[in-house]
Design a protein around this ligand. Sequence first.
Ligand code: G
Ligand code: MN
Length: 553
Amino acid sequence: MDIEEGLDKLLLGRYDEALAVFQGCPPSPQAEKLCQVALTFIETAEYAAELAKGNLSITPFEPPNHLTAELDKLRMKLKRLSRQLLMVSTGYPVSSIDDLGDLSAGLNFLVGQASARKERAEYDFDRDMETGLLNRRAFLRGIYELLQAQPHKVGVLLCCGLDNIRYVNEAYGYACGDLYINKVVKVLSGGKQGLCLLARTGGSEFSIYAHGFENVEEARESVWGYFKTLLNTRVELLHGSVKVRVSCGMSVYPHDAATSDVLMDYASCAMYDAREHNPGTVVRFHPEIYRTKANLFIRQERLNELIEGRLLHFAFQPVVRLGDGEVVGYEALMRPKTVAFSGPLDILAMAESLGKLPQLERVTFELIFEWVSRNSKKLGGKKIFFNTISAQYLDVLELRDIHPDYEAISKKMVFELLETATIEDGMMQKINAFRRDVATQIAIDDFGCGHSNALRLIGISPDILKIDKFFIKNIHMGPTPKTELLSNILDYCRAKGIHSLAEGVETSDQLRGVMNMGFDYAQGYYLGRPSWQLAGIDPRVRSEIMAFVARNA
Ligand code: G
Ligand code: MN
């Protein structure tokens, strides 16, 4: 073993072997020193290997040699760097890192970018992207802060709805719509003074809140200018210019409401009221408008509940054959199970305004099909007359899907048609398909009234024509133009094999009147009121009919 061999191993990086060689050499100060050198290398290599693995918690052997001491300094810097990066990643502000040369510069650049992005995101979160104005959320927070700072002052919120932006977009294109919006923003921003917040609170809605006044008049005065300026603004578009049309709603702090969100709610409610009833004006909020709107909203919800929960049932009113006084069927009259609606017309009107007629129609069909299926025995040969809101809303195939026994069920029914609009070709086809595939018997309801007219009678040629109570009312008063026309209609029905039914027979006189005219059937309070059960005819009324028939035999 000689020192030369040990030095070779040391140069090759085989420190353990070099140490063994130096330790095997005869004891000498030189061999002693070389052992220490080899040990230093061993310790340093182990330490560096651990650092290379990313372990920044390892401390050098004690006492540190001068190589591990240097590495330890590097370890401390890396450790600081990693701690700072960890803080950056959690959003904690850090001072710049400067003791790692290019590495620090690169990291500082990244940290700078991250914080710029964060600031931008925070700004965007508060701002409307297109106009740079505050958005609704930030606007409400801003008002909140003003109210906190000066709770005893008066403030006013003006909500401006642009009435013709949609028209501009559609007629001139969206680029012109943008020009229009930009102009409005410019005009509104130009008028800002004092404690004032300006926001875009909706696509075509801008709101201003001004605070710090002594009374309502002063407050109102302060925003009146915005409204006037907007009304006098024209926007130059590529092909001419348009006037800004604006409807505004106003709410006042603390008179109308004490919090920013309620103030906003009230001002926009007043704005919609202005738009609906007085476009181009400012409407000050008052509780009545809000109650009406809120009621409407509640009723919309009730209608949804009614449709989803199928909260409907039927009352049944007898239909009587005048030839023998027999009850031949019942008209099923839809009734709400909830107090939110006064009756079927109320439900229909609400459903129509919400575009929910098809859903309502489907539910009533489901319910009546189920009812007829369940009560088929009880009905015997009697028919259920059923008001279809309009055959146009339901597809024939869909109707057939409603109940597996739809064929047997529909044979027990008379479908009364009452259309809300004039018949066009497509609708006639629908009615024909409905007749071919679903309905064995069709009636036209309320004839002589509304859209239920002669054209429809000719076009549809129903099995039964139900003549509106308008014709029945004074039928016993002797010949009038009304009875003359009626007589012609009845002649037409007889010639075409259409059965006639008198609606709304309320008195004995009227009953005699309709029998004199030769009606086949009658219905009305005198013959039986709508009831939850399938009621028979009053025996006295039946005798009345029988006596009349016998007299005229
Ligand atoms: O449009 P249609 O014929 O489906 O209307 C039936 C409605 O007429 C039901 O609401 C029913 O309560 C009502 N009704 C039934 N009989 C009479 C009556 O004799 N007089 C009046 N005024 N209404 C009646
Ligand atoms: Mn009817």
